[in-house]
Design a protein around this ligand. Structure first.
Ligand code: ZN
Length: 357
């Protein structure tokens, strides 16, 4: 059995530095290989997410008050988005509180308002009914085409960040805060409303070819020269899947990445590229109405399943069957297959095996 999580975290590969115009950010302090864990971190402060807002606020305040002075300072150093609606709402809420029969001082009203805004600006869903803030993971800035894959579902209560491509020393590490498959206007709206900034990443700025794809193109070119292969049709061969104006050709970008990485045989990166492509087609499926557009849904399903299978095969060969990423890839493939079977009416629930003989 090869456990995915090493006993110590991989914090030696990054440092928190000033990111131009974005406050602090996380930067590679050395070259990072694709597939390397960049951060494994347990949550710092959590609250239930399946209750009323009042109960959530109470839980955040209670959790904050239970922290040591030092930890409270660390928490309050995180970014807080003071959006006018929430700021006013929480200030009014804390002004009305009477703990021990006394009103809160102005300083305390300001402090607790900041605590809640900080929590909301940095929270990740960590379980179905729990949100949490991570001190280090909160330092990641956002990009709509991030170089770090993250999950809070791989191992309970932990944020796991893994490089999805090679990251040279000095480069900023990004995660995506939002659904990366959303069209630009929706991505920008969400980021503006929840975090108060306008995204100016390569994808949002309409760069023809992202830096990453440029690097892949060069690598493919070098490889071709070296092996003196014919230029042939590669990589101009594009996906045959219907292109939608709204998605800015992101699906094509992902397909091209898969093709280039497969050609280069850059295995850990190819896993993340297939995973991203699979997620892309899953997203497309959410946009096509079940039952009515079978001729559109079927090719999307085919693409989903194709990429999910590729990802699983690579994960098994790289990390073995018991690895958490492998397990997650297997789960993805199974749930897509099941979704397709349910739609086709061919799903047969498996009968539980009888214990004993
Ligand atoms: Zn963006």
């Amino acid at each position: 059995m090869a456990p995915l999580l090493p006993s110590s975290t991989a914090e030696d590969c990054f440092e928190v530095l000033q990111a131009e115009g974005k406050g602090l950010g996380i930067f590679a302090s050395r070259d990072i290989e694709a597939g390397e864990h960049v951060l494994i971190e347990r949550f710092f402060l959590s609250c239930p997410s399946d209750c009323s807002e009042k109960e959530t606020v109470e839980a955040i305040v209670k959790g904050f008050d239970a922290l040591s002075k030092e930890d409270q300072t660390k928490f309050l150093e995180l970014y807080a988005w003071y959006n006018p609606v929430d700021t006013g709402k929480f200030q009014r809420y804390f002004r009305k509180q009477r703990p021990g029969g006394k009103t809160l001082s102005k300083e305390d009203v300001d402090k607790y308002t900041r605590v809640v805004l900080t929590f909301n600006s940095n929270a990740f869903g960590i379980q179905e009914n729990k949100d949490g803030v991570f001190l280090n993971a909160s330092r990641f800035n956002h990009c709509c085409d991030p170089n770090v894959f993250w999950s809070t579902g791989l191992t309970p209560d932990h944020f796991v960040g893994i490089a999805n491509r090679k990251i040279p020393e000095g480069t900023e590490l990004f995660i995506s805060y939002i659904v990366p498959e959303d069209p630009r206007s929706k991505r920008r709206d969400t980021l503006k409303t929840r975090w108060g900034f306008r995204c100016e990443c390569e994808r949002c700025m309409d760069t023809d070819l992202f830096g990453y794809d440029e690097a892949l193109k060069t690598a493919v070119g070098l490889e071709r020269e070296a092996t003196a292969r014919e230029v042939a049709q590669f990589p101009e061969e594009r996906s045959k899947f219907v292109k939608d104006e709204k998605d800015e050709g992101f699906g094509e970008t992902l397909e091209r990445r898969c093709e280039s990485l497969e050609y280069l045989n850059w295995l850990p990166e190819l896993f993340f590229a297939h995973d991203a492509a699979c997620m892309y087609y899953c997203y497309r499926l959410t946009e096509i109405i079940p039952g009515t557009d079978k001729e559109l849904r079927d090719p999307a399903y085919d693409q989903c399943i194709k990429h999910a299978k590729e990802a699983l095969t690579i994960a098994e060969s790289l990390w073995g069957p018991y690895n958490l990423l492998t397990a997650s890839a297997r789960e993805t493939l199974e749930s897509i297959n099941k979704g397709k079977q349910v739609e086709d009416g061919t799903f047969e629930p498996t009968t539980p095996r009888t214990p004993g003989k």
